[in-house]
Design a binder for this molecule. Structure first.
Ligand code: KIV
Ligand code: ZN
Length: 499
């Protein structure tokens, strides 16, 4: 059976841009509009041109820059608004005017100081006036979510008679339940005699976290256009997310509904909007959040590595994310560690992996997330460790302002355990003096370099050391979140080659 087409009406640049602090200039709006065109949206609502010269200008420039999607301008049911909208759309290849008026009890009596009959008359006049400028006219019944269904059906029938090609049923306050909103759409399908002459559009807000569910309920009950924004941005708690609807329809094939969205462009468009609007995407946001495809528990990581579908319903590549990320944390298991080490080019025997896993767990306990750089260090150290004659077992240091640094070192040298305590001018010096007391070998540290690997105070420090013995230079290296330990380990690494 052929699928029904769902039209994606993107209002990122109108409802989305109403968010305080998210305003874009014309150049930025053109960049977003072009990205939306590439993404495959059907309609771009590019602004409310009567509201400011900037909005007007953006509509003019977007109309010139974008050719495929319909370009839509919002108006109130006011003649001047409609004239300005028509003027702003004069370069659009496929212009649409989106006009409308409130239809709920609150809006009729307490916002517009009007009555139900006058509202219909004003709506009809607005649609007819808009129609005198453009063929494609969309009508919105503001606060339709809280409007009486019987009255709403009369309004919608009158607007279609007046020439509306699309009828928008906004849940302006995000109040309805999915079941209620779906029934509202069904009521209109069943009771508006000319409904076949227009497309029904959903426009849901997320005040109770139900925008996507309400939109889906609208589609299931007969709507065929959805008004959405990228990342779900919009007034208050936002609008329905474009990416959520696009991926629901792509993943749940039994619904027999399809869009023109090129899903592979979703992630890059999401990042563009987030960056330009200075509006971070919440980490657990469906489809585009940083954690949407990240697995951190050992059981899930093992499951995903065995077969992605065990814990993923969408292949991240489908939405333009290169691959799911296996986050290495203290909760990760050996399978995830082995997988990541192999990606970095390291292979270990079972025993070798066990040894590095032990080190990994200790490090992961002191650091929130282990990155590839950390692993390279662990893997490198672990291969060197296997061959080493000297092993540091314990290091205890007393230091701080007003105390003489003292260190006690316990190490194994050719399977024999040794301990020593020494002082120094700092904690590293005291520790190295203690090691020297045990090894009793004359050496000189030629170079000593400590560096942070990535960033943050929980980072690992890596230590490079050059130790001179009988005119030969030996290199030592180590890394740890404790830089004193890393320094002693680096010294021991060099000394292992000497003693
Ligand atoms: O939420 C709403 O009702 C709107 C209309 C202006 C379409 O944004
Ligand atoms: Zn809205």
């Amino acid at each position: 059976m052929a699928k029904d087409r769902v039209y994606i009406f993107d209002t990122t640049l109108r409802d989305g841009e109403q968010v305080p602090g998210c305003q874009l200039n014309t150049i930025e709006k053109i960049e977003v509009a072009k990205a939306l065109e590439q993404l495959g949206v059907d309609v771009i609502e590019a602004g409310f041109p009567i509201s400011s010269p900037g909005d007007f200008n953006s509509l003019v420039e977007i109309s010139k820059a974008v050719t495929e999607p319909v370009i839509c301008a919002l108006t109130r049911a006011v003649k001047k608004d409609i004239e300005v909208a028509a003027e702003s759309l004069k370069f659009a290849k496929r212009p649409r005017i989106h006009t409308g008026i409130g239809t709920s009890y609150y809006h009729i009596y307490h916002k517009l100081n009007s009555n139900p009959e006058e509202i219909i008359t004003r709506g009809v006049e607005a649609v007819k006036y808009a129609k005198s400028f453009v063929e494609d006219v969309e009508f919105y019944a503001e606060d339709a979510g809280r409007s009486d269904n019987k009255y709403l059906a009369r309004v919608i029938e009158a607007m279609i008679d007046a020439g509306a090609t699309v009828v928008n049923i906004p849940d302006t306050t995000g109040y309805t339940l999915p079941d209620e909103y779906g029934k509202k759409i069904k009521y209109l399908v069943d009771h508006v005699s000319n409904i076949d002459k227009a497309v029904i559009s959903t426009h849901c807000h997320n005040d109770l976290g139900m925008a996507t569910a309400n939109t889906m309920s609208g589609l299931i009950n007969g709507a065929r256009q959805v008004e959405v924004t990228m990342n779900g941005i919009g007034e208050r708690a936002g609008n329905t997310s474009l990416e959520e609807i696009a991926m629901i329809l792509k993943s749940r094939k039994h619904l027999n509904l399809e869009t023109n969205i090129n899903a592979r462009k979703i992630y890059q468009t999401s990042r563009l909007v987030s960056t330009l609007m200075r509006m971070p995407v919440q980490a657990n946001k469906a489809i585009v959040g940083r954690n949407a495809f990240a697995h951190s528990s050992g059981i899930h990581q093992d499951g995903v590595l065995k077969r992605r579908e065990n814990y993923e319903i969408i292949n991240p590549k489908t939405v333009g994310i290169n691959e799911s990320s296996i986050l290495l944390t203290a909760r990760s298991g050996r399978a995830a560690l082995k997988h990541r080490l192999e990606k970095l080019g390291y292979t270990f025997s079972k025993k070798g992996l066990d040894a590095i896993y032990e080190e990994f767990v200790i490090l992961a306990d002191s650091k929130k997330e282990i990155v590839d750089e950390d692993l390279k260090i662990l893997a490198g150290a672990s291969s060197r460790d296997i061959k080493r004659k000297l092993h540091l077992n314990k290091l205890q240091v007393l230091c701080g302002k007003g105390t003489t640094p003292v260190a006690t070192v316990t190490l194994t040298w050719d399977n024999v355990c040794h301990s020593a305590t020494a002082q120094g001018n700092g904690p590293v010096d005291a520790s190295i003096n203690a090691v020297k007391d045990i090894l009793k070998t004359k050496v000189r540290i030629e170079e000593f370099l400590i560096q942070a690997i990535t960033r943050g105070s929980d980072d690992m420090g890596k230590v490079h050391m050059q130790v001179e013995h009988k005119n030969v230079i030996y290199y030592g290296f180590s890394a740890s979140t404790d830089i004193i330990t890393a320094s002693v380990e680096a010294f021991i690494d060099a000394m292992s080659q000497i003693v």
